[in-house]
Design a protein around this ligand. Structure first.
Ligand code: NAD
Length: 352
């Protein structure tokens, strides 16, 4: 079967990452060419064996091109995606798909007009740490999950390059926030009923760089996300509490543990106060060991190539998209509310 011919627009860090990984892992796609406004980027595309286009118009006019991957700074996503769709191309757009929900609605209208495939590269749905948490929740290993903490902490200080400029769609909420929100809203197949954010700008003037996001889901689960840039001692990547167990994932290496209550080992409460290192307390005294078990973490080995293979099948009319713009629109509506919550200093009720 004919391979899907791909051109990458924006051949910087992520554009060249797409080229390398698609070449290695997705034989159904022919990584054919690239376009970038920087001549040096075009040189590296040539060195990588790609056709270097001299203009965007030349890419759009090339009828042999089936798929365009948009990997430019965030503020250009909307216009480039719309131009590519109108030229009859299928489009993978990097995250964040746009700067807000209204921009994405414009793209979706053009997608509907043209009937082309439009999807967003939400690659962190294939992260192993996330899949382990999701599997534990989906398999009911933790009972009803009612508290999630999803934490990503760096230590290099400021946001760099265009990420440090508001007009480029910089800032942490649109950079990492979008990944963690997408994961949250995939993990909980239910409405978000309130959203709050504290977006601090500590090291990169003009954009948020150290942030807390907080979602409340319809079932009552509270979901806290932290992204920070100057953290010298990291918290665990994930900490998840349910009615029957607690799961922790320490870091990207996915070490961690899952502690589960033993079904028939009820804890006997005594009114006697317990003397602990925390001082005299009943509530915070440790739970007796005999009431719980350590279980292995779910054995998850997701394969990112599944994302591109699904896009190929969707282009061929053989499957529906795994990452749809409608899913991304829900996330962007929450993002809009999070910016408002931060500006107004309070949680926003919603039903998204
Ligand atoms: P980058 O600065 O390394 O590369 C961007 C490239 O786009 C540069 O080479 C620049 O010259 C080029 N460019 C700028 N404006 C252009 C235009 N109008 N037309 C053509 N080329 C243009 O940035 P990056 O880190 O590669 O980020 C690019 C996109 O990828 C962003 O949207 C970012 O959020 C996303 N990204 C996603 C992930 C992920 O895990 N999914 C990771 C990193 C970046």
């Amino acid at each position: 079967m004919k391979r899907i011919r791909q051109v990458i627009v924006g051949y910087g860090g992520m554009g060249s990452w797409h080229a390398r990984n698609v070449k290695e892992k997705v034989p159904e796609v022919e990584v054919y060419g690239a376009y970038d406004i920087r001549p040096e980027a075009l040189d590296s595309a040539r060195q990588d064996g790609l056709v270097a286009y001299g203009s965007l118009e030349a890419v759009l006019a090339d009828e042999s091109v089936d798929l365009i991957t948009v990997a430019v700074p965030n503020n250009f996503h909307k216009d480039l995606s719309i131009r590519a769709l109108r030229a009859g191309k299928n489009v993978i757009c990097e995250k964040p798909v746009t700067l807000n929900a209204a921009e994405l609605e414009e793209i979706i209208a053009v997608r509907d007009e043209t009937g082309k495939i439009f999807t967003v590269h939400q690659n962190r749905r294939w992260d192993r740490d996330y899949r382990i948490v999701k599997a534990a929740k989906d398999q009911g290993l933790l009972g009803q999950v009612y508290m999630v903490k999803s934490i990503v902490q760096g230590s290099r200080g400021a946001m760099y390059g265009w990420r440090g400029h508001k007009e480029n769609g910089g800032g942490m909420l649109l950079d990492w926030g979008i990944h963690l929100l997408d994961q949250a809203m995939q993990m909980f197949d239910e409405k978000v009923v309130s959203a709050d954010a504290h977006l601090q700008s500590m090291y990169t003037p003009g954009v948020d760089d150290n942030i807390h996001l907080f979602l409340r889901f319809e079932s009552g689960c509270s979901y806290l996300m932290e992204m920070s840039t100057n953290c010298l001692i990291n918290l665990p990547r994930w900490h998840v509490q349910g009615t029957e167990g607690t799961l922790q994932i320490d870091d990207w290496g996915c070490g961690g543990k899952l502690m589960k209550l033993k079904p028939n080992a009820e804890m006997k409460w005594s009114d006697d106060i317990v003397y602990t290192e925390a001082g005299p307390t009943r509530t915070m005294a440790p739970r007796p060991e005999y009431t719980m078990n350590e279980l292995p973490l779910p054995d998850e080995h997701p394969d990112w190539a599944e994302y591109y293979k699904n896009v190929v099948r969707a282009i061929r009319g053989e499957a529906s998209l795994l990452v749809t713009p409608e899913q991304a629109l829900r996330v962007m509506r929450v993002v809009d509310l999070l910016f408002r919550a931060d500006a107004e200093g309070g949680a926003q009720k919603c039903c998204i």
